[in-house]
Each structure stands twice: as C-alpha cells, then as structure tokens.
Design a binder for this molecule. Structure first.
Ligand SMILES: [Zn+2]
Length: 483
C-alpha cells in the first residue's frame, strides 16, 4: 500500500486544501455540481461543532425547533431587501407530484420568512417574549463557484431566530450570540476571531445591522465564520409579528437571527493545518488519541495487545475519544504518517519495551519530531493524557493568535499603503467612513472589501480621515481578501 501526502501549503494552498479534505476523508464531491458528500470523519467533526454550540445555545435560554424546507415564494417577497438579496440564489420548485404548483415553493436559503410567519401565530402578549428559538437544518443557495465546506450549494448550519419587546433587548441578544460564537471559536476550535460590525454594503439582506466573527486562514485570507443580525422591525412588519404591551397596546416585535455553518469545518482546516495535513483541536477532534501497537513477533504480540486494550479501555471510560489502529498489513511508520495527516492531536505507541517498563510513548501532533515525543508511565495515564490534550488545545490557539497578529497592520501611509497591504495578503486596519463608493474603490483596486469594524477599536473615542475619501470616519475597519 503506497502512501501519498498532501501538496505543501507553500506550493499551492488551494490544492493543499482540496488534498486535505479528500485524503483525510472529510468530504467528497457529489454527482450534483456544487453539492458535497460529508464523510463520517468530516461529519464527526461537524458533530463536535454542533455539540459545542448547542450546549451554549441552551445555556443562554434557547430551544431547538424545526421548520419546513419549502417556503411559499410569496413569503420571500414580503421583505424588499431580503428578496433582492436572495433572489439570484434561489432554487424554486414549480412541479410537485407531476403537476404544476399553484404557487412555486422556494427551497429555504435561510428561514427568517417562514419562522416570522410562525412567530406571528405564537406571539400575542409581552408575556410571550422574548421568544428564543434555534433550528439545525440544511439550506440551499445556488452558488456557481463552490469549494468543499467553504461554499457549497447545500450546506448544514444552525439559524437562531428570536423576538423581543424592545430594540434594546434585541440588540443585546444580537451581541450575546456574537459573543457565544466567539467563545466557541476561541475555546473549542482554537481559532482567534475578531468580532465586529459589517459595513452597510456587506450586511445581511433585510438586517439593520450585521455582526460577524472574522478568522485569518493560513494563506492570510479572511473567513467570515459566523454572523449575528439585528433585524430591527423589518421582518416583524413584513409578517405582522405583534404583541400587546403592558399598557395593552399593540406593538411590533424586534427580531434577531444568527447563523454558523459547515464553513466552520473549513475554518478549522485552514487555521491549523500544516504541510503534513490536518491538525485538529482536541476539544473537537473525532479521535483525540490514536494508539499504535508495535510488535515484530507473535511472542511480542500478546502482551502488547493486552496492554493496549487495558489502557484504551481506561481512557474510553474516562471519556477520552480513543482509536486503536490494529490494521495488520501496515507498518507503524505508515500508521504514524496516516494519523498525522488526519490531524489526531496525540499518538500513543505501545511496544514490548513499554510493556516491560510499564510506560507508553506519546507524540504530539502540534510539536513535530523528537521535541514532541516523550515516555510516560502507564500509572496515571488518564491524567497525563488529559494534561497533554489541554496543552495541545492551548498551543494551537497560541500559534494561530501569533500568526494572525503578525499579519495585522494598522495602515499609516494612506490609500496606497492600504492597497499594498491587502495585495501583500495581509490585513489592513484603517479609518473608513463606511460609504459604498469607498468600499467599491478598494474592491476594484485590490479585489477586497472591508471585513468589519472591530468592536474593540484601537483608538476609542477618536475620529480620523477615511483612508479612501478623506472624509470623516468614526471607526477603523479591517480590509482583507476573503473566502
Ligand atoms: Zn470614505
């Protein structure tokens, strides 16, 4: 059996990405162009993402529900900006059961409209508020240029939808969920993200304001990894989501929506991966520890296998995700490379010498070669492994943070400097007035738009001159090429 690694990142990042996704069995192409088959290893990684988020949603008072895949076409047209934004990407069903439908059905590109329709029925009084709902679902957007996980026609995601009595409450929810996404990204996915507000040009179709978490990939391109929207009363008015307030007066609700998708899997791959392949953060890795038994003869085999089974059993019982690679026809060296490519955080080797010495060898994926290898006692192994997994989790976040910070630049040399920074595949932080014309100019000159106005401004309370038009700018924004 031959083994082929992945194309090095420095040679061709895009090829590296495709190699990693396919060779590590995360996903594959489908017979329908632009769609994706998520394989078990990729789906298990997504389940880790789901678990981390779902726990946080429930802890902040949200409940899961499910709404239909099909939406009456007329629903999309009720919110003017929403229909304008989504029309080009819609898949529409016109025939059902062999008959022309009276009203075409849209395959949901997102569910504000149908959930708005349901909320209108569910909400009567201020006592019904806030209404905090989340849905795990698939959505379809007719994309022409697709990439596995990053942009696919059908993708999996969650979409939160909430209704509130006041704008203040809705805005608080919008920011709370942005914070939940950031907390998940940083602490579970080990991805240091920047929280910020999108420009008017880049906001969600139908929102008053959109916020996002932005992550830097290893090719230094930006990836929007989650969004949270303050929808104002736009959808409440379109779908008549009303409640009677404490003085018995009829009021429109204030709504929010927020979403994070299988794109996050792409973000994990491209934040941590290296020339050997994937490097998965232990909290999300489908396999946290892979055990490779090593023996040359049947005499050696018995005690090694017995020790491996005992230790793997103890780790499993302690809640560690362990896999024993007992494939017979492959050499240990092959297995080491294979699991390295698949990004398993920790490798445990057990050979005859280890059995005799009551030890095991551990090798960390985040520290290559001898430096990451050590021998530890079989006594107290669970604690030793937990400690290493925590250390790997922390190290991946630290490496990604250092990498990101070394490629963020506050632009001081005017517009030409901004364009030079973006074209050099770095992120430029500059005063920006927010105007569409200004954003368009950057798009034409550097094929990039603003990523966000970061919530943490470097010069709070100050104003500056827009780096593009020279007009007054109240905030600085990041500009970078993006996925
Ligand atoms: Zn400007």
């Amino acid at each position: 059996m031959s083994q082929q690694g992945v194309t090095p990142q420095s040679e061709d990042f895009s090829k590296w990405y495709t190699d990693v996704v396919q060779k590590t069995d995360l996903a594959d192409y489908s017979p329908v162009r632009g769609c994706m088959i998520i394989k078990p290893y990729g789906y298990e990684l997504w389940e880790g993402v789901k678990g981390g988020l779902d726990r946080r949603f429930k802890a902040t008072g949200h409940r899961n529900a499910y709404f239909p895949l099909f939406i009456p076409e007329s629903f999309l047209k009720k919110e003017a900006e929403h229909v304008e934004g989504f029309s080009p990407e819609l898949a529409v069903v016109t025939i059902g059961g062999g008959k022309q439908l009276e009203e075409p059905l849209v395959v949901r590109p997102t569910s504000e409209t149908i959930i708005g329709w349901a909320f209108q029925k569910w909400i009567q009084s201020h006592r019904d508020l806030p209404l905090l709902i989340n849905q795990w679902a698939n959505v379809v957007r007719w994309e022409l240029r697709t990439r596995l996980f990053l942009r696919t026609m059908e993708f999996l995601w969650q979409e939160g939808h909430t209704a509130h009595a006041t704008h203040e409450d809705a805005l608080e929810e919008t920011m709370r969920m942005l914070g939940v996404y950031a907390d998940f990204a940083i602490n579970d996915a080990a991805i240091p993200v920047i929280q910020g507000r999108k420009s008017s040009q880049e906001r969600f179709a139908g929102a008053n304001a959109s916020f996002s978490i932005e992550a830097m990939m290893r090719d230094r391109k930006a990836l929007q990894a989650g969004t949270s929207h303050d929808l104002g009363q736009n959808f409440a008015k379109a779908f008549e989501i009303q409640f009677t307030d404490e003085s018995n007066e009829l009021q429109y609700c204030w709504t929010t929506s927020w979403g994070l998708s299988t794109r996050m899997v792409g973000a994990i791959i491209m934040t941590h991966g290296d020339d050997q392949g994937l490097r998965l953060p232990p909290r999300l890795a489908p396999i946290q520890v892979v055990v490779v038994p090593i023996f040359r003869s049947d005499d050696e085999r018995g005690p090694v296998v017995e020790t491996v089974e005992r230790l793997a059993g103890a780790l499993r019982e302690a809640g560690v995700r362990v896999h024993v690679d007992d494939r017979e026809n492959l050499s240990p060296g092959f297995k080491f490379n294979d699991w390295e490519m698949r990004g398993v955080p920790l490798r445990m080797e057990v050979g005859p010498k280890d059995v005799a010495k009551n030890s095991v060898a551990l090798a960390r994926r985040d520290i290559p070669g001898k430096a990451g290898k050590e021998f530890v006692s079989q006594d107290g192994l669970v604690a030793a492994i937990r400690e290493r997994l925590d250390a790997i989790q922390a190290n991946l976040l630290q490496q990604a943070t250092e990498f990101r910070d070394s490629h963020l630049h506050e632009v001081t040399g005017g517009y030409d400097d901004l364009i030079r920074v973006i074209k050099g595949d770095e992120w430029g932080l500059a005063w920006f007035c927010g105007a569409a014309d200004c954003e368009q100019r950057v798009k034409e000159d550097a094929q990039a738009v603003s990523r966000c106005f970061p919530l943490e401004q470097p010069h709070p309370g100050e104003t500056g001159a827009c780096v593009i038009c020279g007009g007054e700018a109240k905030e600085m924004a990041y500009f970078a090429k993006a996925y």
